[in-house]
Design a protein around this ligand. Structure first.
Ligand code: PMM
Length: 289
């Protein structure tokens, strides 16, 4: 299932954080974050994902109040402009404040496992819920998520295990009264996964698609792309990101989450024209250009 046009939607990222791996510190000031979000929308983002807590390897949790105070002013301003916003948070209190400020989607990188209150907050709203796959440190979810850089990366079959663990979370959401149409599954590339795991998941995106749930893919600028390109820094990973976006669109995913929207929009436009066998406008031109 894709967007209303049948085309894969683009979610543009605005990290209101000091330490995200590719844009940390650039959009901490609300005005800068709002300006960035407007650029992303102008470039073709259908959704702007606003996050106030970094999840990069080695990051530590920020206090809930700080996370909330970072994202709420940005979300309010964007919602007032009619921009569809998702809030990237693992905390129920932050999700609740974001929804009250006008967020339309909850993007939870813990797949609903970090905060037992999250299910109720989402169930009490009408917002879609993105359940991303991630395995924190062994043990009870509470303390484990407090130290998010210890991850479990042992898989016998990463594709089937990620699918089954996501379906388990989706079942819990449905049991709490959240309609299946509101659930989006995300394989969580790079989260408790090495490069081989990520490529295996992308190679078999059909397995997630076949669950019938909407699927989101977030590959943007991630380390496995840098490794593929001989150790390239995040800023040099845009073409590889756009290629993943095009291939994910080809696989029929609902959305892709990226930092640079324009290159991904171009790649998805090519995929759409390729699949259609025609340019989006049917007016024939004779100029040969
Ligand atoms: N990746 C990051 C953060 N949030 N959310 C979803 N749903 N999927 C992802 O792959 C994902 C995410 C990684 O951090 P970044 O914001 O610096 O890209």
């Amino acid at each position: 299932m894709t967007g209303a046009s049948g085309r894969t939607l683009i979610m543009g990222v605005v990290n209101v954080t000091a330490d995200s791996f590719s844009d940390g510190g650039r959009y901490l000031e609300p005005g800068a974050a709002v300006a960035r979000a407007r650029e992303l929308v102008a470039d073709g983002a259908a959704i702007v994902d606003v996050g106030g807590e970094s999840t990069r390897p080695g990051a530590h949790r920020v206090p809930a109040e700080l996370e909330r105070d970072r994202v709420v002013p940005v979300i309010s301003a964007l919602a007032e402009e009619g921009i569809a916003v998702s809030v990237d948070t693992m905390r129920a209190s932050v999700a609740a404040a974001a929804l009250a400020a006008g967020a339309a989607i909850v993007n939870d990188v813990s797949g609903g496992r970090a905060d037992p209150g999250m299910t109720t907050v989402v169930a009490d709203s009408t917002a879609p819920w993105i359940l991303m796959h991630w395995r924190p440190a062994q043990g009870a979810p509470g303390p484990a998520w407090a130290d998010i850089h210890h991850e479990i990366t042992d898989y016998d079959d990463v594709v089937l295990q990620v699918r089954d663990e996501l379906l388990h979370q989706a079942d819990a959401a449905i049991a709490a009264g959240i309609a299946p149409e509101r659930i989006v599954l995300d394989p969580g590339l790079g989260f408790a996964k090495n490069a081989d795991h990520n490529w295996a998941l992308l190679h078999r995106l059909d397995v997630l698609q076949d669950t019938g749930f909407r699927v989101l893919v977030g590959a943007s600028r991630k380390r496995f792309l840098g490794e593929l390109l001989g150790g390239r820094e995040p800023a040099g990973r845009e073409v590889a990101t756009a290629a993943v976006s095009a291939l994910a669109a080809q696989a029929g995913v609902w959305g892709v989450r990226v930092h640079d929207v324009r290159s991904t929009a171009d790649a998805i436009a090519v995929t759409a024209a390729w699949q259609r066998g025609a340019a989006p406008t049917t007016t024939a031109t004779q100029d040969g250009a």
